[in-house]
Design a protein around this ligand. Structure first.
Ligand code: HEC
Ligand code: HEC
Ligand code: HEC
Ligand code: HEC
Length: 381
């Protein structure tokens, strides 16, 4: 009798398991050339589960055009520094959006002293103004990364004061007799996927103006090789972070049999290359200079201010909001007032190899190494 019951139970569990496998089976989409194993794998249920996070709130009604004789925005208001290219009606619309996107519970008072709207006494208003400049700079100056899709406050904030995916520098570790551990072998560091790699590749690679992210040397002798084991570890740490932030595997960007080769990489790797430069520039020009205005409770235990990176926009999706643009409803965030056009690295270095459109090029042109050219650094630590 017991055996019969056990057999029925086992069959039942088997059917359940099969049903689970069928409904939540991993899908694979080939995205590189045949034979390169460049395949995007995903679970439909996981994509489905991320849908609510990637929804976009209904837009405000379009602003009425200004009526004749209506004052301009700077005639009407006292302290407009960025949004001078809006009409008075458009300003109200943008302010309503700020509430929905950043402070839905508090409303206007989150940034304003409602007795004196022009006042900058709340740090949140000062931060919001700088964020506004940052958003317009991203949309106008970083199109190599964000395309015409672009971003709004919603892309990062999604109805929260503090967007998910912000990060802080990891505390410096004491240098012991056997040297600096460099943040390695720590349990539970999500940034590097719980691996034993150095815990802070983001500070290493996403807060300084230019630093090639390299593992493979391009010169024969060790003495002349600017890469090192340490660089390799930080590079892998960053790569794990990037892949996690986008919810993809390494082969979304690389042909993993030749990680360094650009002509065998997917076009997405070029987008990511610009993304790295964009994130550095945003941290250097916006988030780090904002540090003095944050109240203590916004800082890390060591007093470091928040910074952004891939996950702040992407939040586990290959494109933020699955690539849906808010530009049509919110052209205000694509205007150029307050845009920062300073001289950051915005173009690939000359001769930088590009992915082959078909990923099938056999043999490289004369003089082409397949590696990004890299400056010879004075010395390596
Ligand atoms: C997330 C922060 C934030 C929220 C929330 C917010 N504002 Fe603002 N507001 C700003 C910023 C920043 C400026 C200045 C823009 C500039 O300098 O171009 C501003 C400017 C203004 C001004 C112009 C004041 C002047 O005389 O210079 C008015 C009026 C205003 N907001 C109304 C509102 C109203 C009404 C709400 C609620 C529906 C609201 N704001 C919600 C950040 C915010
Ligand atoms: C690329 C991502 C990104 C975009 C786009 C963005 N922000 Fe932010 N914002 C951040 C980060 C990161 C912080 C710091 C969060 C922290 O304290 O950890 C922040 C902080 C703020 C704060 C301070 C909140 C607080 O309670 O301390 C305000 C206000 C704000 N943003 C408003 C805006 C507005 C308004 C827009 C659109 C014009 C915007 N942000 C667009 C990333 C972004
Ligand atoms: C979203 C695209 C993307 C993903 C996903 C990605 N990489 Fe990268 N990888 C890049 C880019 C871009 C560079 C070059 C960075 C630079 O030059 O600034 C790079 C560089 C590298 C390098 C250095 C190559 C050299 O020239 O020495 C290695 C190694 C590497 N990645 C490994 C990985 C591994 C392992 C994974 C998965 C854990 C991964 N990558 C995931 C985009 C990506
Ligand atoms: C300011 C927000 C923002 C940040 C920060 C950001 N991205 Fe993106 N990223 C976007 C947007 C928006 C798109 C969609 C562009 C489009 O539709 O053409 C995108 C697209 C991409 C794509 C192309 C995906 C595809 O399938 O075509 C890759 C790869 C990518 N990002 C990698 C990264 C990496 C790696 C980082 C961190 C170093 C990063 N992004 C940081 C906003 C951001």
């Amino acid at each position: 009798m017991i055996r019969i019951f056990a057999a029925i139970a086992a069959a039942f569990l088997g059917v359940l398991f099969l049903a689970y496998m069928l409904t939540d089976s991993t899908q694979a989409v080939q995205h590189g050339f045949r034979g390169t194993s460049m395949t995007v794998m995903y679970k439909p249920a996981a994509v489905e589960a991320l849908k609510p996070l990637n929804a976009i709130p209904d837009p405000e009604d379009p602003a009425d055009p200004p009526i004749i004789g209506q004052p301009t925005i700077t005639e009407r208001y006292k302290n407009i520094q960025v949004l001078k290219d809006l009409s008075v009606n458009e300003l109200s619309r943008v302010m309503a959006a700020f509430v929905t996107w950043v402070a839905p519970e508090e409303g206007c008072v989150y940034c304003h002293n409602t007795k004196n709207m022009a006042s900058d006494e709340k740090y949140t208003k000062v931060a919001a103004r700088r964020m506004l400049q940052m958003t317009r700079t991203i949309n106008n100056e970083w199109t190599q990364h964000v395309g015409s899709t672009g971003v709004t406050c919603w892309t990062c904030h999604r109805g929260q004061h503090v967007p998910s995916g912000d990060w802080f520098a990891q505390p410096q570790q004491h240098v012991r007799m056997l040297g600096n551990r460099d943040g390695q072998d720590q349990a539970g560091v999500a940034t590097v996927g719980n691996s034993s790699l150095p815990n802070d590749p983001l500070t290493t690679y996403l807060t300084r103006p230019d630093d090639n992210i390299r593992v493979q040397g391009t010169r024969p002798l060790a003495g002349a090789n600017p890469t090192s084991v340490k660089k390799a570890e930080h590079t892998y740490g960053l790569m794990i972070y990037m892949a996690q932030s986008l919810g993809v595997n390494c082969d979304y960007c690389h042909n993993t049999r030749a990680l360094a080769r650009w002509e065998q990489s997917s076009p997405q790797r070029i987008t990511a290359w610009y993304g790295i430069r964009m994130v550095r520039s945003l941290n250097i020009n916006y988030l780090i200079p904002l540090q003095p205005i944050w109240p203590d409770y916004r800082l890390s235990a060591e007093g470091d201010g928040p910074k952004l990176a891939c996950a702040t926009c992407h939040k586990g999706a290959y494109k933020p909001l699955y690539g849906v643009s808010m530009k049509g409803d919110w052209p205000e965030f694509w205007r150029r007032g307050g845009v920062d056009t300073s001289n950051e690295v915005r173009t690939l270095p000359e001769n930088h190899p590009l992915p082959d459109p078909q990923l099938v090029k056999i043999g490289l042109p004369e003089g082409e190494t397949g590696y990004a050219p890299e400056p010879v650094p004075p010395e390596e630590e």
